[in-house]
Design a protein around this ligand. Sequence first.
Ligand SMILES: Cc1cc2nc3c(=O)[nH]c(=O)nc-3n(C[C@H](O)[C@H](O)[C@H](O)COP(=O)(O)OP(=O)(O)OC[C@H]3O[C@@H](n4cnc5c(N)ncnc54)[C@H](O)[C@@H]3O)c2cc1C
Length: 327
Amino acid sequence: METIKKLFVMIEIRDQQVMEVSYQLLALAQQLKQQYKSIDQSKEVVAVVMGHQVSWVVDECYRYGADSVLLVDDKKLQYPSTQHTTRALVTCVEKHCPEVLLIGATVVGRDVAPRVAASVRTGLTADAVKVEVDSDGLLLMTRPAFGGNLYATIICPDTYPQMSSIRPDVFEKHEYLCEFKEPEVVEVLFDEVDQIEVLERIERKSEGPDLRKANVILAAGRSMANYLPLVEKTAELMNASLAASRGLVETGKVSSAYQVGQTGVTVKPSIYIACGISGALQHTAGMDQSQTIIAINNDPDAPIFGVSTLGIVGDAIEVLEAVQKHL
Ligand SMILES: Cc1cc2nc3c(=O)[nH]c(=O)nc-3n(C[C@H](O)[C@H](O)[C@H](O)COP(=O)(O)OP(=O)(O)OC[C@H]3O[C@@H](n4cnc5c(N)ncnc54)[C@H](O)[C@@H]3O)c2cc1C
């Protein structure tokens, strides 16, 4: 009988909370499992949980799409160093030889993923925004390339696991309520990495809004740099969160915490209003999944109109002033 190959998802826990991207990747792995099914291949979604006293995470993994769970529970993973997390994940990979390994492209994931790839001698597609299965069962992993000016789809046909770190908030988490099974406990030898010990973690306070949760976003581009009070006031009256293109961030008038796009945050609000934003691919990569996109630009050929639901060709300053009169 053919053994069922595994689709691994690294579950990232920070400050006793599971990072949302881990649940999003469980949902992605379930979608991939369905795609494998359509080419007659059976797969199992496995959540890899690593931490200290983290058995409470197991239930959550089944809720959000794990078919089974591997558990590495060790005091050394309470404040894990990159090396400890890598060691634990590599041990799980070497034990089970998964077909696929998905890791959230968070600060931790971006650090761990290449180390794991190098340790198990496979390739890594970093910062992917789309993952699919082709008719031969290979993963098609798509990521921005050449400064974000085009998307490259990458395959890893010769080595396993096929590995990708995935941008947070590109995929949606979903409740699957999978059947509970006792997790498989994996023991890890940390001897080689024991010279490193993290004593404490001090979180830097975030200086901007959590745009990922915003329902309405008013985003401004470089051309709005001298009209920020107008933009901020309009956002306040509309009960919208303020966001920015990198063009505006580069003027130094807005912090990078407000930046939407490939090197900023990915957002999916109900309404995204882009004021004086050209619509470069690197910007739209972070907002084109918004439900309704309203673009205001004085250039009728601006690329932003290519992704907008509603386009207003005109001076954004005049439009915002007119809008304010009605609020
Ligand atoms: C590796 C890499 C990563 C990047 N990551 C990001 C990212 O995460 N996010 C991001 O945004 N960019 C990113 N960029 C930069 C991106 O390529 C663009 O340069 C940037 O988005 C441009 O910002 P902008 O549209 O505000 O400015 P501009 O390109 O200067 O466009 C200004 C727009 O405003 C319009 N305009 C001018 N005056 C008015 C007016 N009065 N009323 C209405 N419209 C007006 C103009 O017609 C123009 O379309 C990245 C680039 C690289 C190379």
